[in-house]
Write a protein that binds this ligand. Structure first.
Ligand code: HEM
Ligand code: NAG
Ligand code: NAG
Length: 367
């Protein structure tokens, strides 16, 4: 018996070594997949601090035309995973913007928000809703007060009340609560068949309080390629990389991208006026037809992307900033913006209606 054991010691060692290796590999695999599935937005966020005052907080400086060499369309995503607390912003525009969003969603319900009626979409909306209420309560505790007795949160800035948990409301009602309490628009994307790498992401739920010259309802329940149909260079410069990006997006990721254009009116909400469309004749505006002091703006979007850990929906939040052109000029960025305006390739320039405002805006920036 003893002899048998002694003879087999090398094999025993081999067995132990093999088991240890198998165990380590499984362990490593679960840790890495766990990490990838661990949402960057499911956490207790650091509170912004008691010296924070929303009324004194100037809008984030977003100047995406700066230091660019190439103005073709592209992904241009930047990693935000180190500072997830910068996800949703409260600034001096908050009260007025949330008021407008509430108003627009009430005035144009069919054009501003929707949630496709199936189980996975509803689950994604509920999951997203609770991520946002948790964010607001932990990041801005001085402005969002939770009453555990009623289950309601009171917004101390605009006076609205909304539930912390998602179970008592319909997905559309939840989206309306969000629309009236954050300045960011929301896009929820799902695939029909999550296992099909060729399958496209479809816009299944969201709110657009500030559409930048398109009717959001045309994109409801449509794949991204259909939605980007009017975008120049999409088929050859964006389609493939966007498809890969959305397939690979992980809950631990947080990415941000920006875009910009110029508008010669004050409206945040525009269903149909900012973009040049096929066959359209664009009329050049004279310098004196633009009110540079009051109604000419750099319009920027700050788009933030991640994936929800449970429903696996991809989400994008979109914050719109209107910055007076006057301010850009005062910052000394006039010549840099002129470079951006001139740098736009012809097709994108047409899409952004440069023919209308380009010359006049450059004249203003340079004088
Ligand atoms: C990484 C992701 C994305 C990239 C790189 C991207 C890129 C672009 C670009 C380059 C444009 C043209 C306007 C501009 O110069 O910015 C555009 C327009 C647009 N995008 Fe995206 N996009 C992305 C995600 C999305 C998503 C998730 C939606 C969801 C609905 C969306 C909806 C739209 C719409 C509605 C327009 C306006 C189209 C029109 O004029 O009718 N985009 N996008
Ligand atoms: C929204 O669409 C529904 C269904 O098409 C229609 O009955 C309703 O009148 C529309 N509401 C508004 C405010 O246009
Ligand atoms: C920026 O991109 C978004 C979505 O990709 C689009 O809806 C919007 O029209 C663009 N905004 C500007 C100012 O070009």
């Amino acid at each position: 018996m003893q002899e048998l054991l002694v003879q087999n010691v090398p094999y025993l060692w081999l067995l132990v070594a093999g088991l240890t290796l198998a165990y380590s590999i499984t362990k490593w695999y679960t840790i890495t997949t766990d990490k990838a599935n661990q949402s960057i937005l499911v956490r207790k966020f650091p509170a912004i601090g008691n010296d924070f005052d929303w009324k004194q907080t100037k809008p984030l400086r977003v100047r995406p035309f700066e230091n660019q060499k190439n103005f073709n369309v592209n992904m241009k995503i930047i990693n935000l995973a180190k500072t997830p607390e910068d996800w949703l912003l409260i600034e001096d525009t908050y009260l007025e913007q949330t008021r407008l969003r509430k108003k627009f969603t009430e005035m144009y319900p069919n054009h501003t928000y929707f949630s496709y009626d199936n189980e996975i979409t509803s689950a994604a909306v509920r999951e997203f809703y609770e991520i946002v209420t948790n964010y607001l309560l932990t990041r801005y505790p001085q402005y969002f007060k939770y009453n555990w007795w009623t289950g309601m949160i009171t917004n101390q800035i605009n006076g609205l009340t909304f539930p912390k948990h998602s179970k008592s409301d319909t997905p559309s009602q939840l989206i309306l609560h969000l629309a009236a309490n954050i300045e960011e628009d929301i896009v929820i994307l799902l695939k029909d068949n999550p296992k099909d790498p060729e399958g496209e992401y479809i816009y299944r739920a969201g709110v657009s309080g500030f559409p930048a010259g398109f009717d959001p309802s045309h994109g409801y329940n449509k794949p991204l390629s259909y939605i980007h149909g009017p975008v120049p260079q999409y088929p050859n410069r964006l389609k493939l990389s966007m498809g890969k990006f959305f397939n690979n997006l992980k809950p631990k990721d947080l990415w941000v991208r920006h875009n910009w254009s110029i508008q010669t009116h004050t409206a945040y909400f525009s269903l149909d006026s900012n973009h040049g469309r096929d066959g359209e004749k664009i009329k050049q505006l004279r310098y004196d037809e633009i009110d540079f002091d009051n109604s000419c703006f750099l319009r920027c979007e700050r788009q933030i992307l991640t994936r929800l850990p449970k429903s696996k929906a991809n989400i994008m939040t979109v914050r719109t900033f209107l910055t007076p052109i006057k301010q850009i000029k005062a910052e000394g960025l006039g010549e840099e913006l002129c470079k951006g305006i001139d740098g736009l390739p012809d097709d994108l320039a047409f899409y952004k209606k440069r023919g209308a405002w380009g010359e006049a805006v450059k004249q203003y920036l340079r004088e």
